[in-house]
Design a protein around this ligand. Structure first.
Ligand SMILES: C[S@@+](CC[C@H](N)C(=O)[O-])C[C@H]1O[C@@H](n2cnc3c(N)ncnc32)[C@H](O)[C@@H]1O
Length: 433
């Protein structure tokens, strides 16, 4: 397919997403099924265009003064890819399979309109109803923060120290351009191209042998900040597919006991294979069994309880650019209730003198500082550990990280703008001894 034909296809897919209100991946899959002649390069390029338009969903429509799928795609070519009006006109050349030529209004919009007077939610590409939350989180920086949350994310890997060293893993992935991440001592980063094409890490020998796992650097740091140590009894209460569990296990170096559970046993399904590939032998998966308390034996005994809380996921928008447009206020209310429930359970598992790590991949204050404030009022036996003590896990990078991260009395917030990671909030609390 020519670049112009790919653009046409992307406009069709975006139109279907909007008309049928379906997730982007489903629309792309349907398009692929109906156009079997398209190769993997075409599909990846079309997906890249669709995701870029979703990243710039509001700002591109504003720029073009038109909210059609075509306008959003054209606007995104300018805003996200930096194409000028002539480059865009050359794609819309009216030839077979290409989009029809630019109208005068489109030419004019691409050449002259800007986002200078756009409201914050439009310039920052986030749902209007979230503006008060973003204002509370970021104040006048909210457009810059939100724009970074809308931008493309790299592919981050965590080196599994049970199986490999970072230098060795980097060498094994040099053909993919892997470089060390700025903060995590275990991170490797692969910068993805505009077509968002998956570089096939899952098929690499170092991955198959458990030497690396896919994990955003922010998630790696969140695990590091829990200070899990060899010999401890650790509970991962919201283990899901096991991203944090694997990181905690590596920190524990196979010593001590790691109990992993989740409210939803289906979420735990991939964890067994991941643990075995990673060479973890001290983790026990406690799948939920109806009303039974599967952690009854751990009550009041854990050195560390990790709550990787269910949340709105606003911190991961750069990886799911369509999720934010489908998010509704009701989703926040539900998550807030889940968080209270899981924090209450966590508190009862921590032993006197032990730690509770509360983590979200959200930037919304209600889910982060607000939730910790309310927890401390309910559980006066807990105190927040000072951020300097938490960040010290980064060694010589701690001072620079402290400058970059957003600190509050309740914890720290990483963001794509400030730390180049997904958005993650971490609060480490200690229970009185
Ligand atoms: C952010 S995800 C966990 C991600 C996982 N820790 C990782 O690093 O890959 C949150 C998880 O919390 C689980 N969850 C929701 N409510 C819960 C509750 N009340 N108790 C325990 N787990 C809960 C969800 O099923 C979901 O798997």
């Amino acid at each position: 397919m020519t670049p112009a034909a790919r653009l046409s296809a992307a406009i069709d897919v975006l139109g279907a997403i909007e008309a049928e209100r379906i997730p982007a991946q489903n629309a792309l899959k349907s398009w692929g099924t109906a156009h079997r002649f398209a190769g993997s390069g075409d599909r990846a390029a079309i997906a890249g265009l669709v995701f870029d338009a979703l990243r710039r969903h509001a700002s591109s429509a504003y720029l073009m003064d038109d909210d059609s799928a075509r306008a959003r795609l054209l606007g995104a070519l300018k805003l996200e890819r930096g194409l000028d009006v002539e480059a865009i006109a050359s794609l819309c050349n009216g030839e077979r399979f290409a989009p029809v030529p630019l109208s005068d209004a489109e030419r004019n919009a691409l050449a002259t309109r800007t986002l200078a007077d756009a409201p914050s939610d439009i310039a920052g590409d986030y749902p209007t109803w979230l503006d008060p939350h973003f204002a509370e989180a970021f104040g006048d920086d909210r457009v810059k923060e939100a724009a970074a949350m809308a931008s493309r994310a790299p592919l981050d890997l965590r080196v599994n120290t049970l199986r490999a060293k970072r230098e060795k893993a980097q060498a094994a992935l040099s053909h993919l351009g892997a470089t060390p991440t700025p903060w995590s001592p275990l991170g490797l980063r692969i910068v993805l191209g505009a077509d968002a094409r998956n570089p096939g890490v899952h098929a690499e020998e170092i991955f198959l042998k458990g030497g690396v796992e896919v994990q955003d650097e922010g998630s790696q740091l969140a695990a590091l900040f829990t200070q899990a140590k060899p010999g401890e009894q650790v509970v991962d209460l919201c283990a899901g597919a096991g991203g944090k569990t694997l990181a905690l296990a590596a920190m524990m170096q196979g010593k001590g006991r790691l109990l992993a559970t989740d409210r939803d046993k289906r979420q735990l399904a991939p964890i067994h294979q991941r643990l075995s590939r990673a060479g973890v032998h001290n983790a026990e998966i406690r799948s939920p069994r109806g009303a039974e308390d599967v952690l009854a034996d751990a009550s009041g005994k854990a050195d560390l309880v990790v709550v990787d809380a269910p949340c709105t996921g606003t911190g991961t928008w750069r990886r799911n650019p369509d999720a934010k447009w489908r998010m509704r206020p009701g989703a926040l209310e539900i998550r807030l209730k889940d968080q209270v429930e899981v924090l209450t359970r966590a508190a009862s598992l921590v032993k006197p003198g032990g730690r509770l790590a509360y983590i979200t991949c959200s930037v919304l204050p209600q889910e982060n500082s607000g939730q910790i404030e309310a927890f401390l009022a309910r559980e006066p036996g807990f105190t927040v550990m000072p951020p300097a003590e938490v960040i010290a896990a980064l060694g010589e990078r701690a001072a620079a990280f402290r400058e970059a991260v957003r600190l509050s009395p309740q914890g720290l917030l990483m963001t794509p703008l400030r730390t180049g990671t997904d958005g993650f909030f971490v609060s480490l609390l200690r229970k009185a001894g």
